[in-house]
Design a protein around this ligand. Structure first.
Ligand SMILES: Cc1cc2nc3c(=O)[nH]c(=O)nc-3n(C[C@H](O)[C@H](O)[C@H](O)COP(=O)(O)OP(=O)(O)OC[C@H]3O[C@@H](n4cnc5c(N)ncnc54)[C@H](O)[C@@H]3O)c2cc1C
Length: 372
C-alpha cells in the first residue's frame, strides 16, 4: 500500500471511529489504522453510561455543556447509524439513580441536584421505581437523561458507517512512526506506509508513544477498570444504579454490567480476584437480589487519564496538521460524538466554542505541582 489520504487516524477505539465517521460524512478521504481489532481495548470494557450529569463533578462551565451536546448527538445517532450500518447501538432509556445512603452522600449530590434535569427521589419513590434496590437508602438523585448504550456496538456502528461513506479501515495495522514530509506526513505501519495531510492521534492510553515522537512530554496514565456481567432473567433493573464510582447497568441484552474498579498505573489488562470480590460485595449492597444471578462474563480495560482528567482534543501546538483526540478517561463513550464533531470542525476550520478549544488543547497549563 502506498496511498495518499486527507486524514489518517491512529486508533480504532470509539474515539477514532467517531472521528472517521464525522469526516467521512463530509466526504473527506480518510484512513483509520487500528493495531488490533476495532473497539477491542478500553472501548469494549466500558459500562456504556452516557453520564453527563453523573460524571460532571461540578464542572458546569466546560465538561457539562460538552457532554450534554454529545448526549444529544446520541439521540440522533441511534437511528442514523442503524440506518447506515445495520448496527443497533443498544440505546437504553431509564437513566441513572445515584444512590444516597446517608446525609453525607446526599450532600455530595447537592451540586448536581441544582440542575433542572436532576430530581431528588426519597427512599419510597426510589423503591417504587426499583423495588429490589437496597432498603437502607435515604434516597437518590435521578438523572433521567443519563441513558446508556452498548459501547462495542457504538464503535462498530461508527466504523461500518464510516466505511460505507468511503473511509478506509485497516485492522491489525499498528502505526509505528509519523514523519513530516513537505506539507504532509508519512505514516509508517509494520507492512506499509501512507501519506496524509492531517494525522489524528486517537490511540487511547497508548498515545504517549506519539507524544514523545512529536516532541511533547505529556503522558497518559492508565486507570485499570474491572467489570463483570450477570444474567438478569427477571429483568429486575430498569435504571442504572450508581454509588461511589460503582454501578450496575442494565443492558438491552438481558445482562447487568457491574463495574468498576479504579486501579491507577496498572498496565495489566487481566482481571484480579480481589477486583471481582470488591465488585460483588458492592453490587450486593446496592441490589441484594444480584447474589442469585448467574455469572455471564468478566473483563478489564485501561482508562486513558490526563493530568486534569479532561481529554486532549486539538492541534499540536506547533504542527497544525497533527491533531490529538485522546485521554477521555472515564467518559470516552459519552464524549465520542462531541469529540468526532470537534475534530471535524478543527480540520474544516469551522467555528468551535472557544472555551472548549482552550479547555481541551494539549498545551493547556498543568498545575505546578503536577508538572513533570
Ligand atoms: C471498566 C471501564 C468502564 C468504563 N465505563 C464507561 C462508561 O460507562 N461511559 C463512558 O463514557 N466511558 C466509560 N469508560 C471509558 C471509555 O471506555 C474510554 O474513555 C474510551 O473507550 C476511550 O476510547 P479510545 O478510543 O480513546 O481508546 P481505546 O478504546 O483504548 O482505543 C484505542 C485504540 O488504539 C489502538 N492502538 C494503540 N496503539 C496503536 C498504534 N500504534 N497504531 C494503531 N492503533 C493503535 C488500540 O488497539 C485501541 O483499539 C470506561 C472504561 C473502563 C475501562
Amino acid at each position: 500500500m502506498n496511498q495518499k489520504f486527507e486524514v489518517a487516524i491512529i486508533g480504532g477505539g470509539v474515539i477514532g471511529c467517531s472521528i472517521a465517521y464525522y469526516l467521512a460524512k463530509e466526504k473527506m478521504n480518510v484512513a483509520l489504522f487500528e493495531g488490533n481489532q476495532i473497539g477491542s481495548k478500553s472501548t469494549s470494557a466500558a459500562g456504556g453510561m452516557l453520564g453527563a450529569h453523573s460524571e460532571c463533578d461540578g464542572d458546569f462551565e466546560v465538561f457539562f455543556p460538552f457532554a450534554r451536546s454529545s448526549q444529544y448527538a446520541y439521540s440522533q445517532l441511534k437511528e442514523e447509524l442503524n440506518h447506515l450500518s445495520g448496527f443497533d447501538i443498544g440505546y437504553r432509556k431509564g437513566g441513572i439513580l445515584k444512590l444516597a445512603y446517608n446525609e453525607s452522600d446526599r450532600n455530595g449530590l447537592r451540586s448536581i441536584l441544582s440542575q433542572p434535569t436532576v430530581k431528588w427521589l426519597d427512599k419510597e419513590a426510589v423503591r417504587e421505581r426499583e423495588p429490589d434496590v437496597s432498603s437502607n437508602l435515604l434516597g437518590a438523585a435521578y438523572m433521567k437523561d443519563d441513558v446508556n448504550v452498548m459501547p462495542i456496538a457504538v464503535c462498530q456502528a461508527f466504523a461500518k458507517s464510516a466505511q460505507i461513506l468511503g473511509a478506509s479501515l485497516f485492522e491489525f495495522s499498528p502505526v509505528l512512526d509519523i514523519q513530516k514530509k513537505d506539507n504532509s506526513f508519512l505514516i509508517q505501519t509494520a507492512t506499509s506506509h501512507v501519506e496524509a495531510k492531517h494525522v489524528v492521534v486517537a490511540n487511547g492510553v497508548w498515545s504517549t508513544t506519539f507524544f514523545k515522537q512529536l516532541g511533547l512530554d505529556h503522558q497518559l496514565t492508565p486507570v485499570k477498570g474491572e467489570c463483570l456481567s450477570v444474567i438478569d432473567e427477571k429483568a429486575t433493573l430498569k435504571h442504572t444504579i450508581f454509588h461511589d464510582h460503582y454501578y450496575i447497568v442494565p443492558r438491552n441484552n438481558g445482562r447487568l454490567v457491574i463495574g468498576a474498579t479504579m486501579i491507577e498505573n496498572d498496565w495489566n489488562e487481566r482481571v484480579s480476584l480481589s477486583g471481582m470480590d470488591t465488585l460483588i460485595a458492592k453490587a450486593k449492597t446496592m441490589l441484594p437480589t444480584v447474589a442469585d444471578m448467574k455469572l455471564d462474563s468478566f473483563w478489564a480495560g485501561l482508562r486513558p487519564q490526563t493530568f486534569d482528567q479532561k481529554p486532549f482534543i486539538g492541534h499540536h501546538p506547533e504542527e497544525e496538521g497533527i491533531l490529538f483526540a485522546t485521554g477521555h478517561y472515564r467518559n470516552g463513550i459519552l464524549l465520542a460524538p462531541a469529540t468526532g464533531q470537534m475534530i471535524r470542525d478543527l480540520i474544516l476550520k469551522r467555528q468551535i466554542k472557544n472555551e472548549w478549544v482552550e479547555a481541551f488543547k494539549i498545551d493547556r497549563r498543568q498545575p505546578l505541582l503536577l508538572r513533570r
